[in-house]
Design a protein around this ligand. Sequence first.
Ligand SMILES: [Zn+2]
Length: 147
Amino acid sequence: MIGVTNDSKIVKGVQHKQCSRCKRFKPLDEFYKFERGSFGVMSICKECIKQYELRRREIRQKRCNDRYRNDPEYRERKKQKSREWNKAHPEQSKEWRKNHLERFREYQREYKREYRRKYQREYQKEWRRTHPEHLNKYRRKKKGEHE
Ligand SMILES: [Zn+2]
């Protein structure tokens, strides 16, 4: 996906190059150095590389998780490895667990909040659907107040 493009222009006296991914013109210091590329930089801007790396990491993580779920042998191997690591690094392991636990709790809190919000909305919708007479009464009353 890394190709050489010659799309460039000068904006306010600064050489800009077009990122071949996001198609935006950016100054050269927004690109990583790459000797063989045009202007000595890569054809993809730093931001896009970051996105790309992030995406790749996500995919890798997801693949790992899927495998962990579906491949008992892999799961055992992973567990074994982490047991060994824990034994070899008892202090770091404790620290990691603590950090991990905090993150996990934070995640749980966030999830619960989100769930409650969603649930409440659904509940209200459902209630309105099953109690149309209440809604009409409320509307009539409100209308009456304004008249
Ligand atoms: Zn870009």
